[in-house]
Design a binder for this molecule. Structure first.
Ligand code: ZN
Length: 388
């Protein structure tokens, strides 16, 4: 087959143009006599080729033709499954793979081919959202992917849309729902340190922080839920915690942990938000993580171990912006001395309250780190006044 190129006209050109319009590489409608392969079409073909890693010559030979043909499929237009021996190929497969990659599933490369690895990743996703893990992507799985779309976002425009939603909900904390997740439980206490007669566990300290935070946020007018009490009857998995937070309809989730390490020199605070390490994903959680991290560092003097993107279940399966903060190292003598001081725990909690409040300030009205007086916040609510 001779490549279709500039100057050609006919039904094949019309078809090529239709696919390019569908990909938003050509404006809809097009000039009169849209069966002509003119300069604009050639430019669009070049962009398409560059995008797909094809050799860029502006002509539609067999390889480019196959790629354009695959590009017709929009995700959701057909059920996807692992077909043997001829796998399904298409733009819809590629979109699905990119979405799974963003959510932290291993599909290898987003190559647009529905192979065994993609099928396994879909099955894993299905298991985690409570669907039958058949590895095929039909309407139910599509719905589950769409539901998660609110949480998993693929770029700056989406990030801005999400922060718009925050902006529109107003700076007042009253009535907003926050879920606080004290990490671990007595069955799995996390890090444990024996300090003379005293036994400090991550589970107990996380619960103490959570209870203090609950009091502060409730005083500021928020509706606060904890994922567990001080001594739950059964162990709690992160999956259970995520389900609970979703059922409660939380606007935000904050999970509290204390870190530990074999090396007693390791110390500091780190905050985690949902995202993949290749940086494809960004969420409002990243902003919350940044605020929590900066406020804690400023108000407690803990070493800044920065924020990190993780695909942990608790962060991935919760539908609201969610962060986990590891407040210091239980295994560091200096961090332990701080953690066992109630004043330090109060300062940590004040830092988190300030971060939550700043989440709801419009970005352009944000205030410097460390500047919010949390007791003032309480007084305003107590006086029945609105903060805006
Ligand atoms: Zn932990």
């Amino acid at each position: 087959m001779r490549p279709i190129r500039r100057g050609d006209r006919g039904p094949a050109v019309t078809e090529i143009r239709a696919v390019l319009v569908g990909l938003s590489l050509l404006p809809a409608g097009g000039p009169p006599g849209a069966d002509e392969f003119e300069a604009e079409t050639e430019r669009a073909v070049r962009t398409f080729q560059q995008d797909r890693g094809l050799s860029v010559d502006g002509q539609v030979g067999p390889e480019t033709w196959r790629a354009l043909d695959a590009a017709r499929w929009r995700l959701g237009a057909r059920t996807l499954y692992q077909a043997i021996p001829d796998p399904l190929i298409g733009e819809d497969v590629r979109t699905l793979q990119e979405r799974l990659l963003e959510m932290g599933y291993d599909v290898g490369r987003a190559d647009g081919i529905y192979g065994a690895r993609t099928s396994r990743a879909v099955a894993q996703f299905q298991r985690e959202v409570g669907l039958g893990p058949d590895g095929a992507c039909g309407p139910q799985t599509m719905n589950a992917l769409r539901r998660l779309g609110r949480k998993v976002v693929g770029g700056r425009p989406q990030w801005l849309r999400e922060s718009d939603a925050f902006r529109q909900s107003g700076p007042n904390l009253v009535g907003k729902v926050i879920v606080i997740d004290p990490g671990h439980d007595p069955f799995d206490p996390g890090f444990v340190v024996q300090d003379g007669p005293l036994r400090w566990t991550e589970a107990d300290l996380a619960y103490d922080l959570a209870a203090r935070l609950e009091g502060r946020l409730a005083a500021a007018g928020m509706r606060v839920h904890l994922t567990r009490g001080p001594a739950p009857a059964a162990p709690l998995t992160d999956l259970t915690r995520a389900d609970l937070a979703n059922e409660l309809g939380g606007d935000l989730l904050i999970s509290l942990h204390i870190d530990g390490h074999a090396n007693p020199e390791a110390d500091g605070v780190a905050t985690y938000h949902y995202g993949t390490s290749n940086g494809v994903t960004s969420t409002v959680g990243e902003r919350l993580a940044g605020l929590v991290q900066r406020e804690i560092v400023a108000r407690t003097g803990l070493r800044d171990c920065h924020i990190h993107a993780k695909t942990w279940e608790l962060l991935r399966l919760t539908r609201m912006p969610a962060v986990r903060v590891d407040v210091g190292y239980l295994t560091s003598p200096s961090d332990l001395a701080r953690l066992t001081d109630p004043r330090f725990r109060d300062a940590t909690v004040d830092a988190i309250v300030a971060a939550v409040q700043r989440m709801y300030f419009p970005v352009e009205e944000d205030v410097p780190t460390g500047s919010i007086d949390v007791s003032e916040l309480r007084a305003v609510v107590a006086a029945g006044a609105s903060l805006d």
